[in-house]
Each structure stands twice: as C-alpha cells, then as structure tokens.
Design a protein around this ligand. Sequence first.
Ligand code: ZN
Length: 305
Amino acid sequence: MDIFSFGVHFTDEKSCRLHFKEQRDKQGVVCKRCGCTDHYWLINKWSYQCKSCSSRTSLRSGTIMESSKLSFLVWYKTIFLMSTTKKGFSSKEIQRQLGLKRYEPVWAMVHKLRRAMGDRDDRYTLEGMIEMDEGYFTIEASEQAHKTQKAGRGSKTKSNVMIMAESTILEDIETGKVDRQCRYFKAKVLEDHKADGTDQSFKDAIDDEQTIIFTDKSTSYVNIADYVEIHMTEKSNEQTTKETLKWVHIAISNAKRNFAGTYHKIKKKYLQLYLNEFVYKLNRRYFGERIFDRLIIASITANGH
Ligand SMILES: [Zn+2]
C-alpha cells in the first residue's frame, strides 16, 4: 500500500469501515455471550447480530478499536503510517501528520497497535539455529532514580534486552565461503533473572525440541543448555561479532539507531512496545505492501484493552 493507493481506497470513514468488516468477516466473529459464530449483519447499525441469542456485536467490539473513540479513518491512516516506513513514527509525529487536537488518544492508539504487533509475533517460536545476545538500550531514568541519585529530569539509564535471530549457515558451493542468513527475530526486555538463570521470555521464544543456541561467554544466562538441544558459546571478539552473532548484532545496532532517531525519550515500561514494532517490521521485511493488510488483521484479532 503506497500513499497514492491508500488515498484511492480509503477516502472516508465508510470505505475504512467496509474494508474492516470485510477483513473481520474473513477472521470470523464470535458472540461474546454464547460463543456462536453465525451472525446477521445489521447494515444500519454497523453491528453483527448473533443468530442464536440475538446479542449484538458492533464492528469495533472485540477488536483493538473496542474502547477507542477515534474514527476508523484515523486508525487506518495510523496503520498506514506505521506500516509503510521502516523507520516508524512517534505518537507526536502521527498526531501532527493527522492534524489531531489531543495527544493522549493518539498515544493510546499507537501503543495498542504496538502491543498487537507483539502479540502477533508471540504466536511464533524460533527454531533451528539461533543467535542470541543482550543489548543495552538507552531509556529514561526512573522517578526513583531521580530522587535517590539526585539525577536531573531527563537523565538516562540502560535497560537490558534479549535479542534472538534465527540464523542458518550456508556454504557457497562454488567458493566454499560460509555465510549466515537470517530469518525471524525476537527482542524481549529482560526482567530480573529467575534463580535458575533463565528468563521465561527465553523459554517462550524458542521451539525447544531441536534448537541450537549461539551466544558469547558473557551472557547472563547460565542454564540455556537445559532448555535446548545444544548451547554453543564463543568468546566475544571481533570475529564473533562479524560471524557467529552477525545478525543479532546488526539487529541491535539498527534498533538503537532507529529509536535514537525517532523517539524523544523511552520509558522502561514502554521499551517492549517500541521493540515490538521494530521486530514486527523486521520479521516482515519482504512483505512489501502486504504489511498494511497484515496489520489490519492483527488489529482485528488483538483485544483493545
Ligand atoms: Zn450469541
């Protein structure tokens, strides 16, 4: 979807609603009261009516837009902006681009979309050979840190993020040169490590049966080998950065550059949401214009709270 075809397809509120309904019908509507999946469409009320218990479900109800007062057109424009550029937009910039008066609803909408992106990616686990490392992302120091360290407002600190990349080793038959090709990525803000040294988000991220994890020796995970088939560690040096952990390091530096260029400041509690957007787009880097439709589908299947 480029800006010209967006302008042709989504001219007003009605065209967005019709498109949303068409996509929602494909996903299927489930009655909240009785679980029935057969509905009538009440054209004048923009609502579904359950064939079994007559309970009504509005077009927004049960989707990401459920509790939002913003129009479908505003949501569509935002989904368009967020999905078209690799770089992304801050909520402030989206508010400006859309000419909206109030910031808070825009901020809430954008964060819900970022949450939906994360939910979507959480449905998949990584498999095969996986590079893993930790990256330290700059965030705003907490209120607590402001008080205790007498640090000024706007002072910075770092948050630890686990990054993983599915990475396949390919050997060029002609030259014998070995290279690593990447597929899917994950990025999770690390909370305190559990006593066994393995974070739940690590376990959730992998298809544990036949996974081979590559890390350097400095990783704070001690028991990875208990959860995967093989855990390979290498001493961190220039070669590891360029070869064994190539893609994970590229992803970390791209994410950092992206955040520094796009967002004024990032609070720790929202860091995961920014990572969600970055990884969602990274994982769909070959989708081209289809990423817009995918994000609409993610909005339909995500819940709005
Ligand atoms: Zn029903």
